[in-house]
Each structure stands twice: as structure tokens, then as C-alpha cells.
Design a protein around this ligand. Structure first.
Ligand SMILES: C[S@@+](CC[C@H](N)C(=O)[O-])C[C@H]1O[C@@H](n2cnc3c(N)ncnc32)[C@H](O)[C@@H]1O
Length: 241
């Protein structure tokens, strides 16, 4: 096959050279449709205001799923909020749908908190050992999200912090607790409460322990489980609860 001049020019264009270079590094470059430009701007603005612990593809995926879930019945949730970066992205896309946010926040360090006053708890110790002094501040997250309607914070160790919320159904859940034990608890609480067609977007899917939790949990369930190439996993609920 002959490589005529136009074909050659195309292959040597700056875009093609950039794509080739990125491909050798395991990355891709692709333009976004105009309707997704505001989502990209929301990611940039969120990074300027607070910490956002994910790459742009993962941040964009959150907004894509939230936008799709808005037409489904149910509220939205995030487990693992830290400084509120990904929660702000959910808020940007959710409209008036209520959003429930679960995180230990500063209760992890507070010896007088409800979580610390009870019996020794291996799950709490695991969270403490993993996150150390790194934690979000409830007040700062409240301030960051103050302009969005229907944001409800549930500080404390999950899943205990979800007690009393068993009657909720969810259209979208972002599960970002880092640890396999928390991830398992998140699947057990949220998955049965997802609306049909509802989505659970998990982070840390490149962690073998977290990936195993998803594999075990969904081994005998009919839901669609999609591993995304940037460390997330998307579960689409099939059938009733
Ligand atoms: C990776 S960070 C979340 C990052 C956030 N989603 C973002 O992208 O900006 C994980 C958070 O989950 C919290 N966490 C982990 N296990 C938890 C549990 N069992 N209960 C409550 N919070 C937990 C940690 O304290 C930490 O704030």
C-alpha cells in the first residue's frame, strides 16, 4: 500500500505525533464533545478549590455517570469524601437530587468521638493505620459544598454511620474508601439498595484486594461489572434489589 503525501502528512501532524508519543507511555489523547467542556471546567475549578485524588478521566467518569443517573429514582451517595473534591464533582452534575456523604472526617483522630468510645474495633484501627493523620474536615467540606442543595454529611465509621438510612434507594453511588473491608461493607450496604439501572462507581480497582472484593461479591450476581482502564469499576444494577 502506497503512503501518498496526504497520508504521510497526516501521520506526521503534531496531533498524530503527540498521540504516538502518549501511546508509547500507555496514555491516550482525545478531544471531548462540546457538551462535556463544562465538566472539564468543573474538574479544573475543583482542583483549584480543594484536593481531588484522581486523574481527569476518573473525574470525568463521575460526572458522566451522575448525569445519566439523574433520570433514575433514588438519592445519590459517596462513601470516602476526604476533602470533598469528588463530592463537588457529583454536586456539579446532580441537580437537586439529594447527596449523602459518608466519611470518618476528624472523628478518626478524636478520642472522644462516638467511634473511639466503643469497644476496640479492627475496622476503625485499619482505617486509622491506612490514613494516619490524613483526614478531611467536616466544616471545610460543608463550606465547599454550601451552595449545592440537598447535601447531607454522615461523619463516623461506615457502615455504622449509615444506620437509620436502610430505607433509601440510590441511583448513583461513588465508593472510594480505599480499603477492601470498607469496600465490601459499601457493596453490602449500597448494592441491594440501587435502583434498577442504577450505577455504583468504585475507585482503587487497580488494587488487587479491592478488585478481589468486587470479584467475590459479583461472582453469583447478574449485574454488569465494567473495569475501566484508569482504575475505576462501574457496576450497573440488573433487576430488582
Ligand atoms: C481516597 S479518600 C477519598 C477521596 C475523595 N473521594 C476524592 O476523590 O477527593 C478515602 C476516604 O475514605 C475515608 N474512609 C475510609 N474507610 C472509611 C470507613 N470505613 N468509614 C468512613 N470513612 C472511611 C478516609 O478517611 C478518607 O477520607
Amino acid at each position: 500500500m502506497s503512503l501518498g503525501p496526504p497520508r504521510l502528512r497526516q501521520r506526521l501532524s503534531p496531533g498524530a505525533l503527540l498521540r504516538g508519543l502518549l501511546a508509547t507511555r500507555g496514555s491516550i489523547q482525545t478531544p471531548l464533545a462540546a457538551e462535556w467542556r463544562p465538566a472539564l471546567e468543573a474538574i479544573g475549578e475543583t482542583r483549584r478549590r480543594t484536593a481531588l485524588l484522581m486523574n481527569d478521566a476518573a473525574a470525568l467518569q463521575i460526572q458522566i455517570c451522575v448525569a445519566a443517573a439523574r433520570r433514575l429514582p433514588g438519592v445519590m451517595a459517596e462513601a470516602g469524601v476526604l476533602m470533598g473534591g469528588s463530592a463537588r464533582l457529583i454536586c456539579e452534575a446532580k441537580g437537586r437530587t439529594p447527596l449523602h456523604l459518608f466519611d470518618v472526617f476528624e472523628t478518626l483522630q478524636d478520642e472522644h468521638s462516638a467511634d473511639a468510645d466503643t469497644e476496640p474495633n479492627p475496622d476503625l484501627e485499619a482505617v486509622r493505620a491506612h490514613f494516619g493523620a490524613v483526614h478531611g474536615q467536616r466544616l471545610e467540606v460543608e463550606r465547599l459544598l454550601a451552595s449545592y442543595p440537598g447535601v447531607l454529611l454522615h461523619p463516623g465509621l461506615f457502615p455504622r454511620s449509615a444506620l437509620g438510612l436502610e430505607a433509601l434507594t440510590f441511583s448513583f453511588v461513588h465508593l472510594d474508601l480505599d480499603l477492601p473491608t470498607g469496600t465490601r461493607a459499601g457493596l453490602e450496604f449500597f448494592h441491594p439498595r440501587l435502583s434498577p439501572g442504577g450505577m455504583l462507581l468504585g475507585d482503587d480497582y487497580d488494587d488487587p484486594g479491592v478488585r478481589q472484593v468486587f470479584a467475590d461479591y459479583f461472582a453469583a450476581r447478574p449485574d454488569t461489572v465494567i473495569g475501566l482502564p484508569w482504575g475505576q469499576v462501574l457496576v450497573v444494577k440488573q433487576g430488582a434489589g
